[in-house]
Design a protein around this ligand. Structure first.
Ligand SMILES: C[S@@+](CC[C@H](N)C(=O)[O-])C[C@H]1O[C@@H](n2cnc3c(N)ncnc32)[C@H](O)[C@@H]1O
Length: 258
């Protein structure tokens, strides 16, 4: 039977691969790599994946099959609907890749940014394909270092203090939280500086852009005091590089009022 590995590669530095990821990559016959259009960020993500393959695998020991996937349409009725449609399109492409580009008993793999369990659709897409019964295969997940772990490491902070909870959410959802619920809130996928929602609160922020890369930027402090600097850094980074990937933790200071 065909086998698919979802291999977590960490968030953007070939040093973040685990030994398990490297040993699994060595068994793979074909790596599937998506090309998502011309946007500058996508090209860099592609470059990192190719660098990882070249660094850890011998020449001629594997095949790479690139596939084009449509970009997610931002004009759909709701965000969830938009993502669902996009995942269906992706499922179709992945089904064709498994069917047409792998021989029986071969191993195929997708190199997943960070870890496959964190805001990544590949696992659900594979499960959907199997449920539909279009093509049959076994699959396995190889965990990777997440952007959240790198952020905490770079700021030298634990994600929680003794016995505290941690909330992980997106920029889109942050406004649904009250200060009382944000003892340690990790925010990903924030296009619109959602931290503004807490601009008047006594809350600390630990922010990281392009974590793990040569362009990494770190900033931390009381949100009120650094919010203008942070907004400026974000917009300058976007302008200079053409894209921005950032993650942050909002943390209520110990003993502070809700
Ligand atoms: C679609 S999610 C994928 C998360 C990924 N699976 C992980 O484990 O980190 C993409 C979001 O992860 C965060 N992210 C991923 N890589 C990052 C990096 N190198 N620096 C900062 N944030 C990153 C950003 O919030 C970005 O919007």
């Amino acid at each position: 039977m065909k086998k698919i590995y979802l291999i977590g590669i960490g968030p953007g530095n070939p040093d973040y691969l685990t030994l398990q990821a490297i040993n699994t990559m060595k068994k793979v016959d074909v790596f599937f790599i998506f090309e998502k259009g011309e946007r500058k960020g996508f090209k860099e993500f592609l470059k990192i994946r190719k660098e990882i393959l070249e660094r850890y695998l011998g020449r001629g020991t594997y095949r790479v099959v690139s596939a084009k996937i449509p970009e997610r349409k931002k004009n759909s009725k709701s965000y969830k609907e938009g993502v669902k449609t996009w995942r269906q399109q992706k499922a179709k492409v992945i089904t064709e890749l498994i069917e047409d580009k792998m021989k029986d008993n071969e191993i195929g793999a997708f190199l997943i940014w960070g870890d496959p369990s964190l805001y990544d659709g590949h696992l659900e897409i594979l499960q959907h394909i199997l449920k539909e019964g279009a093509v049959n295969f076994e699959y396995k997940v190889i965990p990777g270092i997440t952007s959240i772990q790198v952020l905490a490491a770079r700021h030298k902070i634990p994600l929680n203090r003794i016995g505290e909870s941690i909330v992980i959410t997106t920029g889109r959802r942050l406004k649904e939280y009250t200060l009382g619920e944000t003892i340690n809130t990790v925010v990903l996928l924030d296009t619109y500086s959602a931290f503004k929602h807490f601009k008047d609160s006594d809350i600390d922020i630990y922010w990281g852009g392009y974590l793990g890369s040569k362009d990494e930027i770190l900033l931390s402090g009381r949100l009120k005091d650094i919010i203008e600097d942070l907004k400026k850094i974000r917009s300058e980074a976007r302008r200079e590089k053409g894209w921005l990937m950032d993650t942050y933790i909002l943390r209520r200071p110990e003993g502070s009022e809700r």
